[in-house]
Design a binder for this molecule. Structure first.
Ligand SMILES: Cc1ncc(COP(=O)(O)O)c(C=O)c1O
Length: 362
């Protein structure tokens, strides 16, 4: 069965000597390998204010803390996402306000974001779902008009582009995940991209109890309590080796996604997703709308190919108190969309097999 998701782990001969070296180096905590990983990511993304963390969840939480989100505030978000997008908002005590999605893309609708803004709205959380970038032209316009910061949850969108630049350069806060099933995995890990030195320095303290790593432990003075959210040298070493393999991991997803864009286009029973203006997806999962979804999924399964949605819409979780919220576009999109495999593990034969199965009909 061709899976929807599969972690890329670099070749044993590339990874194991480096892991062995760091494991027995006497320094496995946050240190030089971690800083090197951050530096390399910063160079790749094109943003020097990148902070490595132990998860994407930590990145989201720190972004919310940097903005100062607290009880009584509202954060506009999407229900079509993995839970941490919204549980981190709930953890701050703020209310998650679900805006509707665009019925054609499943991504947050700029119009619905604007319609949900109140005097309590303190942030807009957008999710580049499955690697497809939201309509940032319109969302940024709305955010600027109302003077509300945007957090980009780019956990699915590592190396996707907006305006020709990698995501991570656009908003004040962009969050990535290097968790087990992402494009690039460090086993677990995350990254927060910021756009100014003050936030960068504060985030560095927040990831390590509030301590300043540049000051000797005995001379430290915590002024704001922080968390234990740092990345360590072991995960960072995995990340450094992953970065040397971009052609075999992340760029493979993108190459395959472009292949499916070409070959699925015009197939009867399929509606392609129109990607937002000035964006290039990184295709963590290939996504489209399909007629008779259950029959499609069964047909794919009979051909040895996994096809399915992935996440429970988050408004179904009682903790968000949103069961009565009307999201008509999401209702429609949620029953129509499907993901098919797109990742590094597909060879030419697999790709043809997927396209042929889809073209034969269901
Ligand atoms: C959309 C989205 N946001 C945030 C996260 C959180 O990332 P992590 O698992 O690294 O904490 C994930 C992944 O789990 C995700 O899919």
């Amino acid at each position: 069965m061709i899976p929807l998701i599969k972690p890329f782990i670099p070749k044993q001969e590339d990874l194991m000597p480096r892991l062995s070296e760091i494991l027995y180096s006497g320094y496995i905590a946050e240190g030089d390998a971690t800083y090197k990983f951050e530096e390399e990511l910063g160079k790749l993304i094109g943003n020097p204010y990148c902070i490595s963390l132990n998860s994407g969840t930590a990145a989201l939480h720190i972004a919310l803390l940097l903005i100062g989100i607290e009880k009584g505030d509202e954060v506009i978000s999407t229900a079509l996402t993995a839970e941490p997008t919204n549980t981190t908002i709930a953890l701050t005590g703020a209310k998650v306000v679900f805006a509707d999605v665009d019925v054609n893309t499943g991504l947050l609708s700029p119009e619905s974001i604007e319609a949900n803004i109140t005097e309590k709205t303190k942030a807009i959380m957008v999710v580049h779902y499955a690697g497809m970038v939201c309509d940032m032209d319109k969302i940024n316009q709305i955010a600027q008009k109302h003077n509300i910061p945007v957090i980009e949850d780019a956990a699915h969108a590592f190396l996707a582009k907006y305006n020709g630049k990698y995501v991570g350069n656009n908003s004040k806060y962009t969050c990535f995940s290097f968790q087990a099933i992402k494009h690039l995995t460090t086993i677990d890990g995350g990254l927060l991209c910021l756009n100014n030195e003050a936030d960068y320095l504060r985030a560095k303290k927040l990831r390590w109890f509030g301590l300043d790593k540049k000051v000797a432990r005995l001379d430290n003075n915590i002024t704001e309590a922080g968390y234990k959210y740092h990345m360590n040298n072991v995960n960072a070493t995995v990340g450094l080796v992953q970065l040397e393999n971009l052609n075999l991991n992340v760029f493979k997803y993108i190459e395959n996604g472009i292949y499916f864009d070409k070959h699925f286009s015009g197939v009867s029973g399929i509606t392609m997703i129109p990607y937002s203006a000035n964006t290039e997806p990184s295709y963590w999962l290939y996504t489209f709308k399909v007629e008779k979804r259950e029959a499609f999924i069964k047909m794919m399964e009979a051909n040895g190919i996994t096809a399915s949605p992935l996440h429970l819409r988050n408004d179904r979780h009682a903790v968000f108190n949103a069961l009565n919220k009307q999201l008509p576009n999401l209702d429609k999109f949620y029953t129509e969309f499907v993901h098919t495999p797109c990742g590094w593990w597909l060879n030419e034969y697999d790709k043809e097999k997927i396209v042929n199965a889809v073209k034969k009909g269901w």
